[in-house]
Design a protein around this ligand. Structure first.
Ligand SMILES: Cc1cc2nc3c(=O)[nH]c(=O)nc-3n(C[C@H](O)[C@H](O)[C@H](O)COP(=O)(O)O)c2cc1C
Length: 171
């Protein structure tokens, strides 16, 4: 068996940062008020049953609050929410300061101008190393048309540049 040098966290961050994603803020209504955290690791998982997945860090102080709430809303961020991505990544701060929102069907915060939102209930949690893999059941969802997504790529925020030809083909 060939031996490989161990993969380092820094290598993982640099190389896997080439995988461009959208960004979300996952929110819930808790007994102590609204809670939420910025989350890149969101993905669709299953159509039937309707499931999505995301991975909170074991160190997250917000995930235990969302888990206890049992239901939460994935807010998919539009380009204009770059500042909220930073705001909801600061542990221990008043993350909802100056943030407008309405209640989802399950009663969780839907951020004003969210590109889309997905109302979920906790389905399963699995071990994911220093993260936990959450599988959530989708109960309701909606999208805002005519808005652009916020993108995260190589550790920085980016925006989508769609070519006119491709836009036409997908219309
Ligand atoms: C662009 C970006 C993407 C992030 N993605 C994740 C993620 O997928 N999972 C996670 O646990 N934390 C992620 N974070 C970090 C959390 O937002 C942050 O650690 C968390 O909000 C800390 O606060 P808490 O202790 O209130 O949970 C991300 C932060 C940023 C800025």
């Amino acid at each position: 068996m060939t031996s490989h040098p161990p993969v380092t966290p820094s290598q993982l961050r640099t190389v896997l940062g080439h995988f461009a994603t959208g960004l979300t803020i996952i929110t819930a209504a808790t007994p102590d008020g609204p809670a939420g955290f910025t989350c890149q690791s969101f993905a669709s998982l299953s159509l039937d049953p309707a499931l999505v997945t995301f991975s909170p860090a074991r160190t997250s102080s917000t995930w235990p609050l969302l888990r206890a709430a049992g239901s939460f809303t994935v807010n998919i961020l539009p380009a204009e929410h770059e500042h909220l991505s930073g705001q909801f990544a600061r542990s221990g701060s008043d993350k909802f300061a100056g943030v407008g929102y309405t209640a989802s069907p399950l009663g969780n915060p839907v951020l004003d101008q969210a590109l889309a939102w997905v109302d979920c209930e906790l389905h399963q949690e699995y071990d994911g190393g220093d993260h936990t893999i959450v599988v959530a059941a989708v109960r309701a969802l909606a999208a805002r048309e005519a808005a652009e997504p916020l993108i995260f790529y190589k550790g920085a925020y980016a925006r989508v540049h769609r070519t006119p030809a491709l836009q036409g083909a997908l219309a």
